[in-house]
Design a protein around this ligand. Structure first.
Ligand code: HEM
Length: 200
């Protein structure tokens, strides 16, 4: 027997019709996996040099790619939170109380980081007096008064949080594998498209 379907926001007909669904709706799965892939690529392509080198024209492409991916993560996260209000999800399985609390805690921290990582990057760059630079040459000029020392501090926080999100995502992925291989409760499968994984 799979999970019954749980409504996140207000009741609608689609939710009622899929009240016995065992998977997240396709749109929620797309949000989840595209976000995961973009965060991973943004992390792998993160500029590691000094401020002067990061903003040197020779580093334009790498920085623009990193900033574009990061802003896409922010945009997707906004859409994802809006979806949480109206969307549906399977009822979580019965687990030990501590496990339920830990799982909610990790997911909450991940949501916070999905906003904090890009927002600290934007604030730090603007306080340092740099525009956001996107692929294709588009730029977004600072919308706040520059203060270089504060910008350096916030940029440093961005690099810490950028590393932290990978650690927390790693814990989250490990927990999903524990559910799949040890608890065998279908939690991981609920986030996989039917064409990718069929329940036996
Ligand atoms: C979820 C998305 C993001 C992740 C995971 C991420 C991750 C990181 C990490 C780990 C670093 C530090 C690299 C190192 O020194 O080892 C970094 C640096 C940087 N990130 Fe991001 N970042 C994201 C989004 C953004 C966005 C939206 C911007 C746009 C302003 C941005 C701009 C920068 C810049 C300019 C640096 C270099 C900072 C410096 O040393 O001056 N990042 N990022």
């Amino acid at each position: 027997m799979g999970f019954p379907h749980k409504k996140i926001g207000s009741l609608n007909k689609a939710a009622a019709a899929s009240s016995l669904a065992t998977r997240y709706p396709p749109i929620a799965q797309v949000f989840h996996w595209v976000t995961a892939i973009l965060v991973l690529i943004a992390f792998l392509l993160a500029p590691e040099e000094s401020e002067q080198q990061v903003y040197d024209p020779s580093g334009d492409f790498g920085r623009q790619l990193h900033e574009t991916l990061g802003l896409a993560v922010l945009g997707l996260s906004v859409l994802r939170v809006l979806w949480l209000v109206v969307g549906t999800r399977p009822e979580p399985p019965e687990v030990a109380r501590w496990m339920g609390i830990a799982s909610k805690g990790v997911q909450g921290v991940l949501y916070l980081l999905l906003f904090a990582v890009p927002l600290t990057a934007i604030t730090g760059a603007w306080l340092e007096g740099h525009p956001l630079t996107l692929l294709g040459g588009a730029t977004i000029a600072p919308m706040i008064t520059p203060s270089h020392p504060a910008g350096e501090l916030i940029t440093e926080i961005h690099t810490w949080l950028g590393n932290a999100i990978l650690w927390v995502a790693g814990i989250h992925a490990f927990a999903a594998l524990v559910h799949h291989y040890f608890l065998k409760d279908g939690v991981l499968v609920s986030m996989l498209p039917r064409w990718f994984y069929r329940r036996r």
